[in-house]
Write a protein that binds this ligand. Structure first.
Ligand SMILES: Nc1nc2c(ncn2[C@@H]2O[C@H](COP(=O)(O)OP(=O)(O)OP(=O)(O)O)[C@@H](O)[C@H]2O)c(=O)[nH]1
Ligand SMILES: [Mg+2]
Length: 446
């Protein structure tokens, strides 16, 4: 379906209307042998429903390599076309990242709106954004997504029709040419930079209070907000829901640990497989808060069959945003569904590594607080740390903290320090002074 060129559009652009979007979705999953299909489909269903659409049908298509023109095979396209009518679907959701051309070709061939995984996640974010910063971030991500799709020219989308993938700035912005989109992107980037500076001031104020920060991270729907509310029950609750990306904004709240120590817990946006890079970029300042934490509380839905894969995704995103080296305590959540008791898992050094709990029933909460206390509280840790000769400044820091109980020289001309200090202080040194994990204190011989 072609329309005539518009005045504001570069003459080179070939324009055509996108079909309107509906809410009755046919899901398409390609099986390239990398994912467990059942898990992938379950997540795609949850994403679709979280976006407010109804799943009317789903199909798995076995294919090693994507077709350059349609992503799925030509034969499958014809089959889908027929099926759309049969099941009454008016929207096709493909659980992969499509190139702009593939998305366009599919829409033309199928005569209905096609949304890929990135577009779907962006749509959910657009619906959820509440805070000023969140809205700016989502708009920026959407515009970047659109800009990449504008290369060969897309005309306006239907502004009247609602539906998945049609919310947010896309509808009207698409009428502008790329230059105007670029201008808007620049403007958003400037505003976000301003908001992020304010946020940085808040962070500095917190740092002055010297309260340890425990950042709750994890895959979306793992139960982060439920746990956060349990931990900080005095205040107003954070929204929790059985939907993906219920939380977009970061919330901070104080509480006491059993030893009397005050800490700040923070709840934030969840991660997901193939988190669109535009979103990671746009949410960088939100995500960066995580890198400032003293401890990451990695909440895992222990009852989810895709638990391992989800944990790996979270670790990858943490690496990506520069939080890969922070101390982590795993919170294996939803043990009520597994029917197993609460417990703390410890490593060879006796340090807590994981806690099994249920945020819903509250079981294991005491264990979690206990483990947090050991990791960020005043609990002391003892060991031997070896520093290289050029790390004299770090050696001085240990002395300033009154943490050194003995010192000798290493063969390499460096320092071997016997240290005894609160875990929290050691964590801070790791973070601020760039100590690497290899310097974990080794227990001293008695
Ligand atoms: N059975 C059970 N359900 C839980 C538990 N903790 C959380 N849930 C449920 O899991 C769903 C997701 O919980 P949230 O706390 O919103 O999860 P989240 O990790 O904050 O998710 P997003 O903010 O969407 O990324 C909700 O339906 C909760 O009721 C638990 O310990 N047991
Ligand atoms: Mg949440």
């Amino acid at each position: 379906m072609r329309t005539e060129d518009r005045g504001t559009t570069p003459a080179s652009a070939q324009l055509f209307d996108r079909p309107g979007g509906g809410e009755n979705a046919l899901l398409v999953q390609v099986d390239d042998g990398c994912l467990i299909m059942e898990d992938a489909l379950r997540e795609l269903r949850a994403l679709t429903e979280s976006a407010g659409a109804r799943v009317v049908d789903e199909t798995v298509h076995k294919r090693r390599n994507p077709d350059p023109r349609y992503y799925i095979g030509r034969g499958k396209v014809d089959e889908l076309h027929q099926r759309l009518d049969d099941v009454g679907a008016d929207l096709v959701i493909v659980n992969h990242a499509l190139s702009p051309a593939q998305e366009r070709n599919l829409e033309q061939a199928l005569g209905c709106r096609v949304l890929d995984r990135v577009g779907l996640i962006l749509d959910i974010f657009a619906q959820r954004a509440r805070s000023h910063e969140g809205k700016l971030q989502v708009e920026l991500a959407q515009l970047r997504h659109i800009a990449s799709r504008l290369v060969r020219g897309w005309s306006h989308l239907e502004r009247q029709s609602g539906g998945i993938g049609t919310r947010g700035p896309g509808e009207t912005q698409l009428e502008m040419d790329r230059r105007m989109i670029q201008q808007r992107i620049k403007q958003l980037e400037r505003r976000l930079a301003r908001v992020s500076r304010q946020r940085e001031q808040g962070r500095q104020a917190r740092r002055k209070q010297e309260l340890p920060v425990i950042s709750v991270v994890g895959y979306t729907n793992a139960g982060k907000s439920t746990l956060f509310n349990r931990l900080t029950a005095d205040g107003e609750g954070v929204h929790t829901a059985d939907q993906l990306f219920a939380t977009l904004d970061t919330t901070l709240r104080r509480r006491h640990l059993p030893g009397g120590e005050r800490v700040i817990f923070s709840d934030t946006v969840g991660f997901i497989r193939e988190l669109p890079p535009q979103l990671v970029a746009a949410f960088r300042s939100t995500l960066e808060e995580v890198t400032e934490a003293d401890l990451l509380l990695h909440v895992v839905d222990a009852a989810d069959p895709a638990r391992q894969a989800n944990m790996q995704e979270v670790d990858d995103v943490l690496d990506d945003i520069g939080a890969g080296e922070l101390p982590v305590l795993c919170a294996y959540n939803k043990i009520d569904q597994l029917g197993i008791p609460a417990r703390i898992d410890r490593d060879d050094q006796g340090q807590p590594r994981a806690v099994w709990l249920s945020a819903a029933t509250g079981e294991g909460l005491d264990e979690l607080l206990q483990a947090s206390e050991e990791l960020v509280g005043a609990a002391r840790t003892r060991g031997v740390i070896e520093l290289r000769p050029e790390q004299g400044r770090l050696r001085a820091r240990f002395y300033q903290l009154g943490a050194v109980c003995g010192e000798s020289a290493t063969d390499a001309g460096g320092y071997r320090l016997e240290v005894d200090l609160p875990r929290r202080d050691l964590n801070r040194l790791y973070r601020k002074e760039g100590l690497d994990a290899a310097l974990e204190p080794t227990p001293m011989r008695a």
